[in-house]
Design a binder for this molecule. Structure first.
Ligand code: APR
Ligand code: PHB
Length: 388
């Protein structure tokens, strides 16, 4: 088989890139290790920057997002027993974020790809990347025990943190920070405690009130890194969540049976560069941020935006300039989001090792943050998304 761009991974990065390339008539094949159902079964974050919404629109995959996404003009930080609202819209000259689950984004993109008759090979085993340093790259994989080969112009490594693309290149420099805790998350068919997101700093640990819709809530509590999800009954989760929220917010929590409960580790990770010859790393394949800033999916989208622009320039004008600039442009934005996510994590969580000094510094920072317009503006500007 031959295609123009072989895309590894059918997460948001691979699907969005494939859809954008389809709008300019560039052919793609997506190779995905798992099944469609497995990809759609993963629950992930749900806050979209305006730039991400716009790019999904450009890809023709934003109809349901526009109908069902919830525009949010602010978030609240909770500490000292009360809520402190950050007015994102007022502080950024009119911008907002949109709450819409990543699972739904993936669903919409998959539907669009299927409707257009574009090829995705699910359950593609042993995907391997070849000769991307030369002029004739190709990808091999097994499907139902039979070996296949796809020749292509370029390979887009959109296969997430555990994918094969990053591991195919030895000359990477990686940067990593792990955090000494995880997030225990719960999805429940109950109305959210607040109409906006609440990020809580509490002596028992961080908590987050989020949502997927007016009748579906997503909550998280900070937990030890080695915690077992089986140790958390729904009752234990709801009790712990409410203890970490200001009284008014705790009283507004509607409890109910959870239908998803999982623990995610927190990590910051960046691999440089993001391009090796004809191979481009995109999204989680190249970088991971802790979820505190809600940047994971938005960074994947900004990588796609830069790579799409480079590929469009190549196919329309035979110019390599955009492709040559991809890694540096993407990384400049990635590092700013890595910094923001690390900072949000640092000010909101309990760190077992920082002691009372660290604690007082955190209190001073939060107090400064909500009382200084300059500091609140810096948060708001990053939260709604920095320019491209
Ligand atoms: N071969 C083929 N596909 C693979 C392989 C492989 N060896 N390894 C992984 N994959 C697939 C995974 O099964 C997954 O469906 O690649 C896809 C990668 O998708 P994501 O992990 O969702 O990564 P990405 O598309 O970059 O999306 C980034 O996802 O993890 C969140 O917070 C993150 O929101 C961000 C978004
Ligand atoms: C979520 O809704 O899952 C969510 C929202 C905001 C975050 C992280 C996760 O910062």
């Amino acid at each position: 088989m031959r295609t123009q761009v072989a895309i590894i991974g059918s997460g948001p990065s691979g699907l969005l890139l494939g859809q954008l390339l389809a709008t300019i008539g560039v052919e793609t094949v997506i190779l995905e290790r798992s099944s469609r159902e497995h990809v759609l079964g993963r629950v992930r974050a749900g806050v979209l920057e305006q730039g991400t919404v716009d790019l999904l629109g450009e890809a023709g995959a934003a109809d349901r997002l526009h109908a069902e996404g919830l525009p949010h003009a602010g978030i609240s930080l909770a500490f000292d027993g009360r809520l402190h609202r950050i007015d994102l819209t007022a502080l950024t000259g009119g911008k907002h974020v949109t709450v819409y689950g990543q699972t739904e984004v993936t669903h919409d993109l998959m539907d669009k790809r299927e409707a257009a008759g574009l090829v995705t090979v699910y359950e593609a085993a042993n995907v391997a990347l070849h000769d991307f340093d030369g002029t004739a790259p190709f990808v091999t994989y097994d499907k139902d025990g039979v070996g296949h080969r796809i020749d292509c112009d370029f390979i887009a490594g959109c296969d997430g943190y555990h994918g094969v693309s990053r591991r195919s290149e030895g000359a990477l420099k990686t940067f990593e920070r792990t955090y000494p805790f995880g997030w225990l998350g719960v999805l429940a068919e109950v109305p959210p405690a607040d109409h906006e997101l609440v990020y809580a700093n509490h002596e028992r640990g961080f908590a987050l009130c989020s949502m997927r819709s007016p009748h579906r809530s997503r909550y998280y509590v900070q937990c030890p890194a080695d915690e077992r999800v089986e140790a958390w009954s729904d009752d234990r989760f709801w009790d712990e969540l409410r203890r970490r929220l200001p009284p008014q917010t705790a009283a507004a929590v509607t409890t109910g049976p959870s239908f998803e409960k999982s623990i995610a580790p927190l990590r910051s990770f960046v691999a440089e560069p993001m391009r090796f010859g004809k191979l481009f790393l995109v999204g989680d394949a190249a970088h991971i941020v802790p979820p505190t800033g809600a940047k994971g999916l938005n960074l994947a989208a900004s990588d796609v935006r830069y790579l799409f622009a480079g590929l469009r320039e190549f196919y329309r004008e035979r110019s390599q300039a955009g492709l040559d600039a991809y890694s540096a442009k993407a990384l400049a934005r990635v590092w700013k989001a890595v910094r923001f996510s690390w900072w949000m994590t640092t000010i909101l969580h309990r760190f077992p090792e920082t002691g009372e000094f660290g604690q007082r510094i955190q209190e001073a920072e939060l107090d400064y943050l909500v009382h200084s317009k300059a500091a609140s503006t810096a948060l708001a500007e990053n939260y709604v998304g920095l320019p491209y």
